[in-house]
Design a protein around this ligand. Sequence first.
Ligand SMILES: Cc1cc2nc3c(=O)[nH]c(=O)nc-3n(C[C@H](O)[C@H](O)[C@H](O)COP(=O)(O)OP(=O)(O)OC[C@H]3O[C@@H](n4cnc5c(N)ncnc54)[C@H](O)[C@@H]3O)c2cc1C
Length: 272
Amino acid sequence: MQVKTDIDLSKKTSFGIGCIVPICYFPETIEDVIWCKKKFLNAPIIGEGTKVLVNDKANIPVLIDMSEFDSSYNVEDNIVFVKSGMKTRDLVTFLYNVNLSGLEFLAGVPGLIGGAVIMNAGTCGKNISKFVQEVNIINELGEVEILKNKELKFKRRYSTLQNKKVIVISVKLKLDYINIQNTYDVLTSYIKEREKLPKGKSAGGIFINHHTLKNYNLDGFSYGDAYLKGNFIINKGKATTQDILNLIRIIKNTVKEPLELELQLIGCKEIV
Ligand SMILES: Cc1cc2nc3c(=O)[nH]c(=O)nc-3n(C[C@H](O)[C@H](O)[C@H](O)COP(=O)(O)OP(=O)(O)OC[C@H]3O[C@@H](n4cnc5c(N)ncnc54)[C@H](O)[C@@H]3O)c2cc1C
């Protein structure tokens, strides 16, 4: 396992915002993850950093970064076991190559498969939860535990994993067999659809119930170097964590209905 010092999280997160972490562990094996969990129960965990807002002023002594973790897979008929270090976009390509279908809607979605399950990633009304059978985690005691789909209580962009101090190590997915031409067309249509998404440094969608925003004319609302475009908050370049949180607050105060946050906060307790 690699251990690196003074990691600048602003260079890692898709928001381009973060603090310097003195010690960062990069587990590669299940044994590494168990060791990390036993030693640093409360340490924040990060995957590819595409759904997180990290406090740029936080004092995070230790971080566990899953981006070097095992990304191997195993296929048995239409069941795929995939380790949580695999990139979601690579999984989509791999499934296409082995004639398995279902997750085309995740084509082009950034992040690792661990993060995708935790966030119940999806597009166009489809979510990964429909295909998840089981998730293997390292629990708070540093033990391997298998959680069935029902136990994860998936909702739009939510699973109970978000409230637990556990580390996802692998996922068991049940896919369909494909019709090659049809799946190719479906894949390309999802990729084309993504071209319409706002460009710039962001963490993807900010609010789970973002359809509510459509009733208000909030595009362009800004605070400091952060502005809203659709359901994305974009960092123009120098936005701070506080800018993002202030903008979220302004949007929430403007919209009459309660808005549920999709973004995951790291080290932000003291400023939320
Ligand atoms: C431009 C852009 C477009 C996007 N489009 C979409 C989209 O279309 N649909 C969609 O659903 N999402 C989208 N996202 C959001 C994001 O890509 C997904 O939520 C992704 O699955 C998150 O994976 P990650 O590895 O980056 O997780 P991170 O952002 O690193 O982490 C997310 C959360 O999971 C936790 N975590 C991560 N890995 C583990 C692990 N192995 N064990 C335990 N906890 C862990 C973190 O602590 C954090 O709370 C988009 C983001 C961007 C920047």
